[in-house]
Design a protein around this ligand. Structure first.
Ligand SMILES: [Mn+2]
Length: 601
């Protein structure tokens, strides 16, 4: 009960003031709302994922704002265009007093011309080599932020610095939440205090994670991903240079569909002169041989027709890609049973495609990569883990390749290798209801399915009849020297890889694990035999095996034959001569029925 009129008036006043205040707040909020819409009405993709391991709802459909903008940093592009000097504009560079000897030494130690790198600015400019249409492209005005994970092991300082500067100089700052450097237990001094000082002096959003021991590339990437806090993970190598406007085109497909994995087009930085060039003119798609060796395929006609349009990629090249953090963990990240490196690009690519995702190469996003010299000493592998490559590949094959593992030649060699526990990986595959490998081959890697079931005229080791100890052998894997001869493997049908050749239906003699074909580049006497990418055009790569005379004939006219020179134990091609025992060869497995039915003699 009210005690007085005064009290009633007071209460009414408070009542009115409260409601007015609420109304006022509401109006302000409504007025303000359009400006804050992008942060208030967030699509789940932009929400912090925490440590989400959970599946996305099956009907998940993000609805980002459709507003687009031009993300180019024209000021930076203009400044870059004005730069002159050593290596500027991505041009080939040379040091005045450099010698071939010094270059070889540097190539062995670092894989590239490290001294030249020191003389080229860490902020050097690059040519804009995107398809012209990319310059006009707009991308969503609101893009998710990224954690850039850049892993390194004993990286050369100026190359690492240039990687960092190129990424920071050429990315919209608002899109980079953090850059995480993961050090896989490097022992070079400059990567410790000097690197920390450099970062403190130049960057604000770069931090280093140090692994407690050598764990390898796969574990390093995983450690980076575990520490990342942004919605999107971008994995990079430590010897790269990001080009203009590389980031927005990578992020937009993921903003539109969280299960999209996106790879930039990888350009090449020459290890001798740091020249930037297109790695493959028009772009590249990745696939694999039956033995699970990575191969690069050309583009499909429809990809060439629209050069700036993203196109499907069956297998990522491996080092550089962007993925939603949530999707990465939904896929279980990398299989933790994979050691050091190798096979991880297949594991992730198979998972992405088979378990509900898609993978695209984006021609408007360019990142250049220093492809190291073939003379570089191989990756330093911790002692006692030398079998890791076979183990990794076998793990991936066992989990994902279904019945197709029976066509992998090295399975016979890798038979005894214990791949460890696969329960977790198999459980993931069934939990995510992933599709079959056959579906993947038919729908995604359709270039590869043509190779199944495998058909061949002959395969295995190529053994000389004049000296039965000698077999055709790659000797070196760098393709810079002709192939030669080496002591034959014990098993001629399934020899070790450097001796495993296949005479294919395309009449090429190809190396079983790398799609390389034997090629003879001259018609001269004692013509050397090289290992070159298969071109499917016959001619210098055409081979026919006459199993009766045991001659291996090069070129369609069948006049020139493979010959062992017994004195220096090399292998060459000369005019055929049946009576020369060193021109006669045995091949581990011969498909007589197929060879009988052919017209070449
Ligand atoms: Mn690399």
């Amino acid at each position: 009960m009210l005690r007085s009129n005064l009290e009633l008036i007071a209460m009414l006043t408070i009542f009115i003031i409260s409601w007015s205040a609420l109304f006022l707040l509401y109006s302000v909020f409504n007025l303000y709302a359009p400006f804050t819409n992008k942060t208030i009405d967030l699509d789940p993709i932009f929400q912090p994922y925490g440590r989400a391991q959970d599946l996305l709802p099956a009907d998940f459909q993000p609805r980002p704002s459709e507003e687009k903008r031009d993300w180019h940093d024209y000021k930076a592009m203009e400044q870059d265009a004005k730069r002159v000097g050593l290596g500027e504009q991505g041009k080939a560079a040379k040091l005045k007093n450099s010698t071939r000897d010094l270059q070889l030494k540097l190539n062995e130690k670092y894989g590239f011309n490290a001294l030249l790198s020191d003389s080229i600015s860490v902020n050097r400019s690059l040519p804009d080599i995107r398809p012209p249409n990319c310059k006009k492209k707009l991308y969503l005005s609101v893009l998710p932020k990224v954690s850039i994970i850049l892993i390194f092991y004993n990286e050369y300082f100026s190359v690492l610095k240039r990687s960092l500067h190129s990424v920071i100089n050429r990315s919209p700052p608002e899109l980079i939440k953090e850059i995480i450097l993961v050090d896989d237990y490097s022992d070079r001094d400059h990567l410790h205090k000097p690197l920390e000082d450099y970062i403190a002096g130049h960057f604000t959003n770069v931090r280093i994670i140090r692994l407690p021991r050598r764990m390898g590339l796969i574990a390093a990437r995983t450690a980076g991903a575990r520490n990342a806090t942004a919605e999107i993970l971008v994995f990079l190598d430590s010897h790269i240079e990001a080009n203009h406007n590389w980031l927005p085109p990578l992020l937009e497909p993921i903003a539109l569909n969280k299960r999209m994995v996106v790879c930039p087009i990888i350009d090449s930085v020459n290890y001798n002169n740091f020249e930037l060039s297109e790695f493959r003119p028009k772009g590249h798609r990745g696939a694999f041989t039956r033995d699970l060796a990575y191969v690069i395929l050309g583009l499909l006609p429809e990809n060439i027709k629209f050069p700036s349009k993203p196109y499907k990629n069956p297998v990522m090249m491996g080092g550089l890609f962007a993925i939603s953090t949530q999707f990465f963990w939904e896929l279980g990240g990398y299989d933790e049973g994979l050691d050091i490196y190798g096979g991880e690009q297949f594991e992730l690519s198979f998972k992405i495609w088979m378990c509900g995702g898609e993978m695209y190469n984006v021609p408007c996003s360019r990142v250049a990569h220093v492809f190291p010299s073939p003379h570089k000493k191989p990756y330093n592998v911790p002692a006692g883990r030398s079998n890791y490559l076979f183990k990794n590949y076998k793990r991936v094959a066992e989990v994902w390749m279904d019945g197709y593992t029976k066509y992998i030649s090295w399975y016979y060699e890798a038979g005894d290798i214990d791949v460890g526990d696969l329960t977790k990986q198999k459980a993931l595959r069934s939990k995510l209801k992933c599709k079959s490998f056959e579906w993947y081959l038919k729908n995604v890697a359709f270039d590869v399915i043509g190779g199944y079931p495998p058909f061949m005229y002959a395969s295995g080791a190529i053994q000389n009849l004049g000296d039965a100890n000698m077999c055709v052998d790659v000797l070196r894997h760098d393709f810079l020297q002709p192939i030669g001869l080496y002591t034959c493997a014990e098993n001629l049908v399934f020899p070790q890889l450097p001796q495993f050749w296949t005479l294919t239906p395309h009449w090429e003699l190809y190396m079983h694990n790398n799609f390389m074909c034997l090629e003879v580049r001259t018609l001269k006497r004692n013509a050397p035999v090289w290992q070159k990418p298969c071109h499917r055009k016959g001619g210098n790569q055409f081979w026919n095996y006459d199993y009766k005379s045991r001659l291996l004939k090069n070129r369609e006219d069948g006049k020139r034959c493979l010959e062992m020179l017994p004195l220096n134990k090399t292998v060459v091609v000369n005019a055929c001569n049946k009576s020369n025992i060193y021109m006669r060869w045995n091949i581990g497995f011969i498909n007589r029925t197929a060879l009988q039915n052919i017209s070449y003699t």
